[in-house]
Write a protein that binds this ligand. Structure first.
Ligand SMILES: Nc1ncnc2c1ncn2[C@@H]1O[C@H](COP(=O)(O)OP(=O)(O)OP(=O)(O)O)[C@@H](O)[C@H]1O
Length: 234
């Protein structure tokens, strides 16, 4: 296992946002972090990264990391693809990528193989890209560097169906080499990618197991995620 979270608790702005989140992320494949809006999925990722103060325990590859500086975790191969993509709008695609380089030999071969369009659009300002293209830049940035775990927050949110498929194909490829903790609302994408699943409710873990077991159980899917049993097949 690459990540072990135990009894994670976060208070923000006077609210007790996470109240005991516990789950493991396997060292291979995709673990989906699921739950209705506002249950604490993004906050869980941010707490792991040290972006919000938290109590409890987070072990990354066997080492306790809660309280460590975010940049040290990133340097240690913990990569984050945030929900809002955070590209530098005024910079070109090539400049956005160059800024993300952390090693002497960034893996442009992989990035250009996965995202040939980014090579063609190297000189285009990132702010003028479509949402899907910006998502590609956001994922490409982390793939330039060696990673041991990717935290990816709602990568398909707001994208057209064909682009959702492109992003899923890329993540499927990436997950062959690096484990991924994926926050994702699109159950078709979860069905395609996830080996394991974790469900949060009101800041607590309420389910952890094989993704196929959750998605194959219409009652559990409906009660835990608030969607019908066929949701995500389309
Ligand atoms: N800095 C903050 N101050 C106060 N409340 C916050 C802060 N950040 C998040 N929250 C609240 O914490 C709760 C959990 O937010 P979070 O973004 O983790 O949920 P989520 O499960 O990722 O939701 P979504 O699926 O809608 O993105 C929400 O009620 C949110 O309003």
């Amino acid at each position: 296992m690459i990540l072990r979270i135990e009894d994670l608790s976060v208070r923000l702005g006077g609210s007790h946002i996470l109240q005991g989140v516990s789950f493991d992320v396997a060292a291979t494949g995709v673990t989906a972090l699921l739950g209705r809006n506002g249950v604490g999925k993004t906050t869980t990722l941010r707490a792991v990264l040290g972006e919000v103060p938290a109590t409890g325990s987070v072990e990354y590859d066997g080492t306790p990391v809660l309280g460590r500086a975010t940049h040290k975790l990133v340097r240690d191969g913990l990569a984050y693809v945030p929900e809002d993509r955070c590209v530098f709008a005024g910079l070109t695609v090539a400049e956005n990528l160059r800024l993300a380089e952390r090693v002497p030999d960034p893996d442009y071969d992989l990035v250009h193989e996965l995202f040939p369009e980014l090579k063609q659009r190297a000189a285009q300002r990132a702010g003028t890209l479509s949402g899907g293209q910006q998502q590609m830049v956001s994922i490409a940035r982390v793939l330039l560097n060696p990673n041991r775990l990717l935290l990816v927050d709602e990568p398909t949110k707001g994208l057209a169906p064909a682009v959702v498929t492109n992003v899923a194909v890329v993540l499927e490829r990436v997950a062959e080499c690096v484990p991924v903790l994926l926050v994702e609302q699109n159950l078709a994408v979860v069905r395609r990618l996830a080996t394991d699943a974790v469900v949060l409710e009101a800041g607590r873990t309420v389910w952890q197991g094989r993704a196929a077991d959750l998605l194959g159980d219409a009652g559990a899917t409906r009660s835990l995620l608030g969607v019908g049993s066929t949701a995500g097949r389309h």
